[in-house]
Design a protein around this ligand. Structure first.
Ligand code: SF4
Length: 280
């Protein structure tokens, strides 16, 4: 089995992820992963390059930042109403990280405090250069107090590993909402508005090089747009002057296997973009 096929098998992508010989191994993300791969990953020798194929759709290279958020505090509201009617959040003075965690833990600023088991602040390295932002805690996250656990979390971890990223060392993961919407319903605009200040403060603390918005709600909330994932992915956006890339939420990928290939392309794009940003 080729190295690409092995990694695809590990992250549960199946035959749809089979890349042509040589393409996977020669990609900058794959070369980077070779240097960073954990000891238990079997790295086969790099296969010789294959001639170009025309049956694989490659995401276009971004050339510009699509949307800049000039405000240091709040993303501006567009002329068109955003998909989630979020009143401008009141951004508190920047709290120390520990105080911010306590503030979230004790927060009762929206109705979700009545149904949560516990708040879910985030996980990972506070000095990480990558910030991954999802939607809201689900049932497992609500129980365990950690974002992206369960099957969706396992898929995300596997995809990060395949990209050469360690979930504890290289990334910080947070959600737009810190409390679970009952029944995993969609977040309400008032709930997002009430909670947004916490995420903004997390971003100000971490100051990541790159944000990866996972899923429609995270992307639409951060970019203040009604556009769907299909229109937003494959481009380089920005949030408060921080480069931002959009991809699918892992929970969505569990239900829509064919889109895992697109999610992989997003990660490769993000890794490439991160490398370029880090070199600047
Ligand atoms: S979702 Fe956010 S604003 Fe609402 S109670 Fe939880 S921490 Fe507070």
């Amino acid at each position: 089995m080729s190295r690409a096929a092995l990694i695809q098998s590990v992250i549960g992508l199946g035959p749809a992820w089979e890349a042509r010989p040589g393409w996977f191994e020669q990609h900058p993300a794959a070369l980077s992963r070779q240097a960073e791969a954990p000891a238990d990953v079997d790295l086969a020798p790099v296969e010789p390059p294959a001639p170009p194929r025309t049956d694989i759709v490659v995401q276009p290279e971004p050339t510009t930042l699509v949307a800049a958020q000039p405000s240091a505090k709040l993303p501006p509201l567009s002329a068109e109403p955003p998909p989630i009617a979020s009143p401008a959040p009141e951004v508190l003075p920047l709290l120390e990280w520990d105080a911010l965690e306590r503030a979230v833990r004790d927060c009762r600023d929206c109705r979700l405090c009545q149904t949560r088991t516990q708040t879910v602040f985030g996980r990972g390295n506070r000095q990480a250069r990558w910030l991954l932002i999802g939607e809201a805690p689900g049932e497992q996250e609500d129980r365990q107090g950690q974002p992206f656990v369960g099957r969706a979390g396992q898929l995300l971890d596997n995809m990060l590993t395949a990209t050469g990223l360690d979930r504890d060392r290289d990334v910080y993961i947070a959600n737009v909402l810190k409390c679970r919407p009952p029944g995993n319903r969609n977040p309400g605009g008032d709930e997002i508005a009430a909670c947004q200040s916490y995420l903004i403060q997390q971003i100000r603390h971490i100051q990541p090089t790159l944000i990866l918005a996972l899923g429609r709600f995270a992307a639409q909330t951060l970019l203040q747009t009604e556009k769907g994932i299909g229109q937003l992915r494959g481009k380089l956006h920005s949030y408060q002057d921080i480069p931002l890339i959009v991809s699918y939420h892992p929970a969505y990928l569990l239900r829509n296997q064919p889109d895992k290939l697109k999610a992989w392309q997003d990660l490769v794009f993000a890794k490439k973009t991160f490398g370029r940003l880090s070199a600047d």
